[in-house]
Design a protein around this ligand. Structure first.
Ligand code: ATP
Ligand code: MG
Length: 133
């Protein structure tokens, strides 16, 4: 079965909508294979977002991602990467379509409620990053 990594970001855990987002994940037909609630250190957030290290938003993003607890999950479904990205909607909540999670719950292009892997290979790397024994 295909897998993707999903994260409920600190803005969403702070708003107490973990349950709402997990309800949506299950309604989409995903099986939650792994799940943990953690407060990332800044270095852990920096490692996770290493592909963005040259971007202007890298410091602010990793500061935000380590500002409070996050829920990290491995989701399984056919076409998991696409299915989860479609459910989340566009990165910028202002551009996300009605019915998507980021449209409903995102606050800004940075504080956009959830993360999802962008390709199968990325998903494997991201799942290893957080769940490798
Ligand atoms: P994610 O990787 O979190 O699922 P994404 O693939 O839609 O989101 P990326 O381009 O990978 O978007 O950016 C990673 C994260 O960095 C975004 O989810 C958002 O939190 C933040 N981000 C992206 N672009 C900007 C920006 N222009 N300004 C501030 N933060 C940004
Ligand atoms: Mg991305």
């Amino acid at each position: 079965m295909d897998k993707t990594l999903a994260i409920i970001k600190p803005d969403a855990t702070k708003k107490r909508i973990i349950g709402k987002i997990i309800e949506r994940i299950e309604a989409e037909g995903f099986t939650i294979a792994r799940m943990k609630l953690v407060h990332l250190t800044k270095d852990e957030a920096k490692g996770f977002y290493i592909v963005h290290k040259e971007k202007g938003f890298y410091d602010s993003l990793t500061e935000f991602m380590s500002s409070g607890p996050v829920v990290i999950m491995v989701l399984e479904a056919e076409n998991a990467v696409r299915l989860w990205r479609d459910a989340m909607g566009a990165t910028d909540p202002a551009l996300a379509k009605p019915g998507t999670i980021r449209h409903a719950h995102g606050f800004s292009i940075e504080r956009n409620a959830t993360h999802g892997s962008d390709a199968r290979e990325t998903a494997e790397w991201e799942i290893d990053y957080f769940f490798k024994k």
